[in-house]
Design a protein around this ligand. Structure first.
Ligand code: FES
Length: 569
């Protein structure tokens, strides 16, 4: 006997409850046969005009619906909270876990059998995956896709990456404010996510490498007609996945996460992938730690895209996209099942590279050994990370004096002072920007170079904080220091003039102050008053885990796959 579909616990009942569930749905014109036991597919949509990167998702939802109907399913689209990375204050990351809760509870509460996750902008992809993983119904991702390449004065310009460059050029007096403003419209000229290898395209690439989407999902531009076709095919596939009972827990294995870590190194992916993968692993019960990211450290950078390289996502797509990268990584990839119910090798078999400068072969990389490095030491007992592919090699092995900003306001008020006592060798330290401290662990870790040094031509310095940085950013930036300052980590005790030693090759990050002195400072230390005292933000501050645990909320780790049996009437 075949198992009763989950949706039939809502729509298959011949009683008052079944009447209520069906009748109200029928006010949208759905016929009787929509409720005849066919798979009901939720389309979980993070479309919003306040999340411009996801503005194409309403159209893509229609593509998914076509595929679901064609395969004999019944598609139902529902909205969840959307997180506009460039629009939300204090940071969209504060709300990633709230989106995950919204997704989880929506999937659990409604009578659906499988889910298509429509996301794109940085936090929407991990938030949706985390929520879906905690319910563990068959799930598949369709991403927004990147914007077309930015253009300004005949040149390609990249989301984020060129904002940071232009902004420094204005501060250095090398670009006029008018030119800076004129670049705005040329940078973002179509629907889609940042077209650099920022966090959005990184997460879409890792979703593809983990087998949670159909092949080519990451790189097809948002406005490329083939993305609509991909949405259609995804709609067909999710109906089959429901019949196969192929769930996230079947796909998101330790091996799949390892493949994501390897792919992240090869694409020059965002440091943000670390917190998102750790949080997602926590949801599916995979034992993933910062140490696991070290398997990527010897992988070379193959994808020549900003911020680590020179091209953009459109070029990456036309060169062959993620399947080509996976093909290059073939000897390292772990066997892992995907949404196709096949091994990951089925996603890249025969992939051909059409531009070997955009996707380099393994033996001629953009940069050797470019994966993220995990640093540990008394300044980060639970770890910190650095992205060598976006850093200055010479700065990755340094011992120098620190200049400390106690919080973001301190930094903003003083960074451009002409008398700031810093040199190009100074290590800039920023506190109070971790998960609890800011709160939400914003992307301020790539703090600006002090104006007086910018004018001297300095474009990179070592910067250390408990913050994150944008996936589009670059520089020798040490991030995610754990425990954070607000949680009483050693970072809270650093004073201007202290010496710090950084060794990326040895994986070390140490504050060269003796233990006795640190104990004395610790005895006097007090956390700052929290910035929020009510609502979700208070819940977040009280329950958020540190960066090395993915900054999920402690009570959201794990999953609950039980069917809700109690009715509303
Ligand atoms: Fe949305 Fe970059 S800001 S993807």
């Amino acid at each position: 006997m075949t198992k009763k579909r989950r949706s039939q616990h809502w729509y298959g009942k011949l009683d008052k409850d079944g009447f209520i569930h069906r009748s109200w749905m029928k006010n949208q014109g759905f016929p009787d046969h929509a409720f005849d036991g066919r798979p009901i597919i939720g389309i979980c949509n993070t479309w919003s005009e306040l999340t411009p990167c996801n503005s194409g998702l309403r159209d893509l939802a229609e593509g998914v619906k076509r595929g679901v109907w064609e395969a004999g399913g019944f598609p139902v689209e529902f909205p969840v909270m959307s997180l506009g990375e460039t629009q939300m204050k204090p940071t969209a990351m504060l709300f990633r876990n709230l989106l995950a809760m919204d997704v989880e509870e929506s999937i659990r509460a409604y009578g659906i059998d499988g889910v298509v996750l429509l996301g794109g902008c940085d936090k929407t992809t991990p938030g949706q995956l985390m929520g879906a993983a905690s319910v563990d119904l068959p799930s598949i991702v369709v991403s927004s896709g990147p914007m077309l390449n930015g253009k300004y004065r005949g040149q390609d310009i990249g989301s984020g990456t060129d904002v940071w460059k232009f902004s420094e050029a204005v501060r250095a007096g090398e670009m006029t404010l008018q030119d800076f403003m004129n670049a705005e419209s040329g940078m973002s000229r179509s629907a889609g996510v940042c077209m650099t290898m920022g966090t959005a395209s990184t997460m879409a690439s890792l979703v593809e490498a983990m087998g949670m989407s159909l092949p080519t999902n990451a790189a097809l531009p948002a406005v490329d007609a083939r993305r609509m076709a991909l949405a259609h095919l995804t709609g067909k596939r999710i109906v089959e996945m429901v019949d196969e009972d192929l769930k996230p827990s079947d796909i998101l294995t330790k091996e799949a996460f390892e493949n994501a870590i390897l792919a992240n190194a090869a694409v020059g992916g965002s440091t943000n992938a670390v917190v998102h993968l750790l949080a997602l692993a926590g949801r599916v019960g995979v034992d993933l730690t910062l140490k696991d990211f070290e398997i990527g450290s010897e992988i070379p950078l193959l994808v020549n895209c900003m911020p680590s390289g020179k091209y953009l996502m459109e070029d990456f797509c036309y060169a062959g996209g993620v399947p080509v990268v996976l093909n290059e990584l073939k000897p390292f990839l772990r066997p892992a099942k995907t949404v196709l119910n096949k091994d990951i090798s089925a996603h890249f078999g025969g992939a051909e590279c059409f531009n070997k400068d955009v996707i380099r072969p393994f033996d001629d990389p953009v940069k050797p050994a470019a994966g993220l490095r995990v640093l540990r030491g008394n300044l980060a007992p639970n770890g910190a990370i650095v992205k060598p592919s976006a850093a200055t090699d010479a700065l990755l092995e340094t011992e120098a004096e620190a200049f400390v900003f106690e919080n973001i306001e301190d930094l903003k008020a003083n960074i451009d002072r002409d008398d700031l006592p810093v040199t190009p060798e100074t290590i800039l330290v920023l506190k109070g920007c971790g998960p609890k401290g800011y709160p939400g662990m914003p992307e301020v870790g790539n703090m600006p170079i002090p104006a007086k040094l910018v004018k001297e031509g300095v474009r990179d310095m070592i910067r250390i904080s408990d913050a994150r940085m944008s996936g589009t950013a670059f520089g020798t930036v040490i991030l995610h220091v754990s425990p954070e300052a607000q949680a009483g980590g050693t970072l809270a005790l650093v004073k201007t003039g202290d010496r710090i030693r950084v060794s990326a090759s040895k994986g070390e990050l140490d504050l060269l102050v003796d233990e006795k002195e640190l104990d004395a400072r610790r005895a006097l230390w007090q956390p700052d008053d929290p910035h929020y005292t009510r609502g979700y933000a208070k819940l977040y501050i009280d329950h958020v885990l540190q960066a090395d645990r993915g900054a999920d909320l402690d009570f959201l780790v794990g999953k609950d796959t039980r069917l809700v049996t109690r009715e509303s009437h």
